[in-house]
Design a protein. Structure first.
Length: 100
């Protein structure tokens, strides 16, 4: 049963379809808006720039998360193999107990 397809759309497919529909709707609204061509092009250029910036930030965050996950995985594998783990800057160090 694990190799069978269910025939239903996955969450990623639904999200992609929703995003595509939103983009088509936004483009239609911009094209049908009562503005001059220059004003519409200026608005589209501004929107494209902000989408590009947002995409760049998301890509950088995804790369950082992937690097952190890879480092954590490699550290776990070293510990599993019995090798001493290298200290990681992101790993919190234990605070020594104060003597009274």
């Amino acid at each position: 049963m694990s190799g069978e397809r269910t025939g239903g759309a996955g969450a990623g497919t639904i999200a992609l379809a929703f995003l595509a529909g939103a983009l088509v709707g936004a483009a239609g609204a911009l094209l049908l808006a009562p503005r001059t061509g220059a004003a519409t092009r200026e608005q589209l250029a501004g929107a494209a720039g902000s989408v590009r910036d947002r995409g760049r930030r998301v890509r950088e965050a995804a790369r950082a998360a992937a690097a952190a996950a890879q480092a954590a995985f490699e550290q776990a594998m070293r510990q599993e193999e019995g090798a001493p783990a290298e200290p990681d800057e992101a790993t919190p160090r234990p605070v020594p107990a104060r003597s009274a």
